[in-house]
Design a protein around this ligand. Structure first.
Ligand code: GLU
Length: 261
């Protein structure tokens, strides 16, 4: 288990970090954050608690309209800076966070031209695999088609948050057997492993289905399934939040008993 998030909107690095703190229960051996600022991709990582990452970001004045972040619970490779997410492809175009296990990463690695990677993770293999599969993508439509082809090669589980340098201020996502939800506000759009981690100002949430992929950008999103654009149900956030919090009660049991009456 680990936690991923992505934020598209004002103060994206700060907002992604806030969300990440609420995901810390999902993994806490290391963490990291990436953003995209004026054509520059930045990546910060720290071993240990998210506080260590926060310290690294202090006084950095990061200005970026998109950010992805990760709190790790290692499955492949020890706890180290190199193995912490986000992972950047060697061509510098694809930067991603991942929750799950890529079971066929050894086979996938064999297909890569440059087999010397920086980490021992299954995730870094896929970052490079995706960069390879999408490097000729001429436009967004073409990229999304190649993205889906790359996803189809994965045996295992994933939720991804991905920045692609050549597609600027979008965060691509995909989900299969790992949780991922979209949160929409009036001036932002976010993704997260857990609905509970969304900002209070979130207006609507969309639960993604296995096999869904797409992107968020500003306060909008697009979802695709089997290369077709699809619509998923939007639920008002307050309704979901009401379900997920104890409200005025001390325990969930107390809440359940009272709400039944
Ligand atoms: N397999 C990835 C890693 O070891 C993600 C771990 C996870 O989802 O917990 O870095």
């Amino acid at each position: 288990m680990c936690g991923i998030t992505g934020f598209a909107g004002k103060n994206a690095p700060q907002m992604a970090l806030k969300c990440l703190e609420k995901l810390e229960y999902r993994g806490y051996d290391s963490s990291g954050l990436s953003g995209f600022d004026n054509g520059n991709l930045f990546v910060f990582k720290a071993v240990g608690k998210i506080d260590n990452l926060k310290q690294k970001l202090t006084n950095k004045n990061l200005d970026s309209k998109i950010a992805i972040a990760h709190t790790r619970w290692a499955t492949h490779g020890k706890v180290s800076i190199e193995n912490a997410h986000p992972h950047l492809s060697q061509d510098g175009n694809v930067c991603l966070v991942h929750n799950g296990i890529i079971e066929n990463f050894v086979e996938m690695k064999k297909m890569l031209k440059n087999k010397t990677l920086n980490s021992q993770t299954d995730t870094e293999v896929f970052a490079n695999f995706l960069a390879e599969k999408t490097k000729e993508s001429k436009d967004l439509k073409n990229f999304l088609s190649n993205f889906k082809t790359a996803l189809d090669e994965i045996k295992g589980s994933y939720s991804f948050g991905i920045i692609v340098k050549s597609f600027g201020e979008k965060i691509f996502f995909a989900k299969k057997k790992s949780p991922l939800t979209i949160g929409i506000g009036s001036s932002f759009c976010a993704i997260s492993s857990d609905i509970n981690s969304f900002e209070k100002s979130t207006k609507k949430v969309v639960a993604l289905c296995d096999g869904d992929y797409g992107y968020i950008e500003n306060n909008t999103y697009k979802i695709f399934h089997n290369k077709q654009k699809v619509k998923r149900k939007e639920t008002p956030f307050f309704a979901v939040e009401k379900e997920l919090t104890k409200g005025k009660y001390q325990t969930f049991m107390e809440k359940e008993i009272n709400e039944e009456e």
